[in-house]
Design a protein around this ligand. Structure first.
Ligand SMILES: [Zn+2]
Length: 65
């Protein structure tokens, strides 16, 4: 037997906790950098995507001098 109970929204969230870019659910909450000009929050996927765009290939930099 399955009882369906009404789920009360007793936790008032700041907004709907959705990713500002992909509109998906937030597995983890990431705050975007100011220079990205993004309002709201990011999921881990979009955040790492933006980080990658912001710092492309810095991990491959080699100083040969
Ligand atoms: Zn996202």
């Amino acid at each position: 037997m399955i009882f369906i109970t009404k789920i009360k929204k007793c936790d008032v969230l700041e907004e709907d906790q959705k990713c500002s870019l992909c509109n998906g659910p937030l597995d983890h909450i990431y705050h975007p950098m100011e220079k990205w000009n993004i309002k709201g929050l990011l999921c881990s996927k979009c955040y790492s995507q933006k980080i990658f765009e912001t710092y492309p290939g810095t991990h491959e930099r080699v100083n040969k001098s």
